[in-house]
Design a binder for this molecule. Structure first.
Ligand SMILES: Nc1ncnc2c1ncn2[C@@H]1O[C@H](COP(=O)(O)OP(=O)(O)OP(=O)(O)O)[C@@H](O)[C@H]1O
Ligand SMILES: [Mg+2]
Length: 266
């Protein structure tokens, strides 16, 4: 089943006061995301990945094009604050910088209780407490270690896990993960990425996984989309993209990944 449809999506930024400069950050891209699919969006810095994610998250209006989530045009059909809140429950972001994703004055409990509130479950209730514990153990965090702590008292990996615990509570249909492991050392990355894959296997959560890292994309994705200068230049299963890359840029990306054909051990 198709969850997200993106059609002819374009974003042009205008910058500069005296001499206006137009930057075509996203240039007429189209793709679909199916239910339960992990799709990587790979591309060099400045290729338009975050801009694409922001438009899908309804944080940045497109210059043109259509984004449909479950058949609903998110920029034209979502009108009220409540509808937008409901959309953000279904489509959830996990960002590059875990520091920026939390209010520094909110404890771990409060971050998770906010999610409970969105679900209409009283945080102090037995059900609420049980869910918080389940969420933490799903991502391998020990409640006693993290509850009551502020974000700066957690390690980078713990913060990333906390974000995924929040996803587990909310069970979004689509996660937009923008470089979610870029701040984590290589040894922890596998475990965090496995959590996204677990969400897919356990709850059919779809993920758009934004990364520079083609090797990582190969192992986590059902499909890979390669973005270059605002366009999607290659799209297909990891094997298709790797065995028959269509674009010169994809070939360059592949050349830079010597370990690609070795199966990684998580
Ligand atoms: N608010 C803005 N105003 C003007 N130009 C912008 C703005 N945000 C992004 N851009 C430009 O749009 C292009 C795409 O940026 P974007 O952040 O989408 O790239 P990206 O693929 O996410 O890069 P990275 O891998 O470095 O995160 C870049 O040329 C960037 O300079
Ligand atoms: Mg980016």
């Amino acid at each position: 089943m198709t969850l997200l449809e993106v059609r002819n999506l374009t974003k042009v930024y205008e910058s500069g006061f005296i001499r206006k400069r137009r930057i075509i950050a996203v240039n007429n891209i189209s793709f679909d995301i199916k239910e339960g699919e992990v799709v990587s969006l790979v591309g060099e810095s400045g290729s338009g990945k975050t801009t694409t994610a922001k438009m899908i998250l309804r944080l940045l209006p497109p210059t043109s094009g259509i984004i449909k989530f479950q058949g609903k045009d998110i920029w034209r059909d979502i009108k009220s604050k409540n509808e937008l809140k409901a959309y953000w429950k279904e489509v959830h972001a996990v960002f590059q910088d875990p520091y920026a994703s939390y209010n520094p004055f909110y404890t771990v409990d409060r971050v998770l209780n906010q999610a409970l509130n969105l679900l209409g479950i009283a945080p102090g209730s037995n059900e609420g407490k049980k869910l918080v514990r389940e969420a933490l153990s799903y991502v391998g965090l020990i409640p006693e270690d993290v509850l009551g702590k502020y974000p700066h008292q957690l390690s980078g990996g713990q913060r990333q896990r906390l974000m995924i615990a929040r996803c587990w509570l909310l069970k979004p249909k689509l996660i937009l993960a923008d470089e979610p492991v870029s701040m984590i050392d290589a040894s922890m990355r596998g475990a965090i990425i496995k959590l996204f894959m677990n969400l897919r296997d356990d709850y059919k959560t779809s993920t758009i996984f934004i990364t520079h890292d083609m090797g990582l994309a190969y192992y986590v994705s059902d499909r890979i989309m390669v973005m270059y200068k605002g366009k999607i230049v290659d799209i297909g299963s990891p094997d298709e993209v790797i065995k028959s890359p269509k674009h010169e840029y994809t070939k360059q990306l592949l050349d830079s990944v010597p370990t690609l054909y070795k199966k990684w051990q998580w």
